[in-house]
Design a binder for this molecule. Structure first.
Ligand SMILES: Nc1nc2c(ncn2[C@@H]2O[C@H](COP(=O)(O)OP(=O)(O)OP(=O)(O)O)[C@@H](O)[C@H]2O)c(=O)[nH]1
Ligand SMILES: [Mg+2]
Length: 465
């Protein structure tokens, strides 16, 4: 199926979720939608005819071919092209009984529609050119978003933020291609048409820089959509469980002055400036001869290995012990923040000494007892998750994994183009690289996307969307 091919059959599906709801909606799209409505619908108001009035709700019943009333409904006919699919669309709003919905759908199908495949309504919107592929993908992201920040991203993408940025890069490449084509068409001109310095400048400004920004956004996108996992680690009694409780703002974990209080991991979800964080409190890690504590410590180490970010907690009241240094060896290689706890009982010069010990690492001072420094810790966590500038400016959209892979290929093509330009390669050779970069971007917005990729994307949808 290509973008030029318009569907000629009519599709129908129950658009609301399975189960019992207040109302349920059946959606029909295609050339027969209007006739199917006309044949099934009996308006309550004399002379009313929804098939003659577009985008207007009508109250009545739907009946089967034997004249039996299936339900009372609100029916709307939406004339092409001002519809979701750009085809004629009918919606029947019935009572939300799944049996009623199925009976109405069966009648619609008996009158000539066929069952819609998953995502087929949105696919038609895409094939009709109403939305590009990034917007179509945003629809499913929105339906499946599990976090508030994921919803924000999907909404930005649905409104075309990603498409705009990709189109801007495409524009930059198209202009470079136009310059190259002039050079190819007039190879014998005396004037130097191909000013490689100028082209390199354009490439850097209009193509490479925005591409790099998009790639950075993709990394942020993963965090915003899925959140990250953060593990609190440290030797016994440094205040790990106290910190979990502070971040949760709830007395979730047991806190005592006995080292080895926490034996199993404790896992909770929190939100750090809108980003979902899977927070794990662990058993204090130390040498031990207790079976249960040993199992807890093993688990703590495993959680630390899986974590995206480790909060390495130190008791500033006692200072660094051999156990801290030993444990820090296995933390230092991962993304981590050093957290100096119990500042309320630490002599000020010790805090300075400790900070010097961890030179070059983010160190945050807190006191769980006085509830101090927790907001600063949240901000430092946020910067680790999204980068320095993210607190001021949150991304309005972000490339997903599919986009990221294609952007990386486009970036490679640009790298080859840059090298060829610097080596003084002929215009036709340069044009090949530009074209390849353009094709990759075309995959993102859906211009050159292979059929099997399209199928995979739309198969992720639910039926009726
Ligand atoms: N003075 C002071 N004491 C604190 C602070 N934070 C925690 N504590 C105390 O330190 C002791 C240990 O706290 P926990 O939160 O249980 O420490 P933990 O790291 O979870 O300990 P384990 O589970 O045994 O590994 C408790 O008596 C807390 O009240 C703080 O900021 N200042
Ligand atoms: Mg604990």
């Amino acid at each position: 199926m290509t973008a030029l091919h318009r569907e000629t059959d009519t599709i129908a599906a129950i658009a609301t979720a399975p189960g019992t709801g207040g109302i349920g909606i059946i959606r029909i799209s295609g050339p027969q939608a209007r006739d199917i409505l006309g044949a099934m619908f009996r308006p309550f108001r004399a002379g009313a005819d929804p098939t003659r009035e577009s985008h207007k709700l009508h109250y009545g019943t739907v009946v089967d071919r034997g004249g039996r009333v299936l339900d009372e409904v609100l029916a709307v006919f939406m004339k092409a092209p001002a519809t979701y699919t750009r085809e004629d669309v009918v919606e029947l709003h019935s009572h939300g009984s799944y049996l009623v919905l199925q009976a109405i759908l069966a009648e619609v199908l008996a009158r000539g529609a066929r069952p819609a495949e998953p995502g087929e309504f949105t696919k038609r919107a895409f094939l009709a050119g109403r939305i590009d592929l990034t917007r179509a993908e945003a629809v499913i992201d929105l339906l499946q978003a599990r976090t508030a920040s994921g919803v924000d991203l999907a909404m930005g993408q649905l409104q075309g933020r990603l498409q705009e940025q990709v189109e801007a890069v495409r524009q930059g490449l198209t202009e470079i291609l136009a310059i190259l084509e002039v050079a190819i068409d007039f190879p014998d001109e005396d004037v130097e048409i191909l000013d490689s310095g100028h082209l390199l400048e354009r490439l850097a400004r209009d193509v490479e820089a925005p591409l790099d920004r998009l790639l950075a956004l993709a990394d942020q996108g993963k965090v915003l959509r899925e959140g990250i996992s953060v593990v609190i680690a440290g030797r016994p009694n440094v205040g790990k469980s106290s910190l979990l409780n502070e971040l949760l703002q709830e007395q979730r974990a047991l806190v005592t002055e006995v080292p080895g209080t926490t034996r199993d991991t404790i896992e909770e979800m929190i939100s750090v400036h809108g980003i979902p964080v899977h927070l794990v409190d662990t058993a204090g890690i130390r040498a031990h001869d207790d079976l249960v504590e040993g199992l807890g410590i093993e688990r703590a180490r495993r959680k630390m290995d899986e974590a995206d970010l480790v909060l390495f907690l130190v008791d500033a009241g006692t200072g660094l012990a051999a156990q801290d240094r030993e444990l820090y060896d296995s933390v230092a290689g991962r993304d981590h923040i050093v957290v100096l706890n119990k500042t309320d009982i630490a002599p000020p010069d010790r805090l300075d000494t400790l900070e010097r010990e961890f030179a070059g690492v983010d160190v945050v001072r807190i006191s769980c007892r006085r509830q101090e420094g927790i907001e600063g810790l949240r901000e430092t966590m946020f910067r680790h998750m999204l980068g320095e500038d993210a607190l001021e400016e949150r991304p309005a959209c972000a490339p997903n994994l599919r986009h990221r892979a294609v952007l990386a290929k486009c970036r490679d093509a640009c790298r080859r183009l840059r090298q060829a330009l610097q080596a003084g390669a002929p215009a036709d050779l340069l044009a090949v690289e530009v074209q390849s970069a353009l094709d990759h971007l075309g995959d993102i917005v859906g211009i050159t996307t292979p059929e099997d990729v399209l199928d995979t994307i739309f198969s992720r949808f639910c039926i009726g969307k």
